[in-house]
Design a protein around this ligand. Sequence first.
Ligand SMILES: [Zn+2]
Length: 157
Amino acid sequence: MKFLNLINKNLFFHELTHFILSLLSGLFVWLIFRDWRLLPVAILFGFFIDVDHLFDYLNWSRGSLKLSEFFTPRLYVRGSKKVFVPLHGWEFLPFVWIFGRIIGLKIGISGFQWAASLAYFTHMSWDQITVNPNTLGYFFIYRLINNFKMKSFNGKK
Ligand SMILES: [Zn+2]
């Protein structure tokens, strides 16, 4: 698989796990609400939220984009000594639910809020366990007040 050459093996399995956990979240909520559209909703909120790494990458690369670099997060995290990941925040979880509820009602998908928030929860949990930063590292407000410093994210002042 050519893609595997581009993407580091650990990152590949990390993201694969996000994908599987999102799929399982979607399937679980589908069992209750019986709407197949909950699967893409879960994948969007449990897998694609990692697109926010693009923000960290572009901040470091000053706008240029090389996929091989983008798929090597340690390069730009260590390079810039910053961790932004603006879509990652434990405090966003209730807002994901509220947003999901509003959108779900608007477009007529019941269970949207549960698929979105459960998948988001699995994403944040897997990152919290595997990346293992400071306990507060995955709170956006904590990163903001510490100026997104990698040291604060890791818990070393
Ligand atoms: Zn993530």
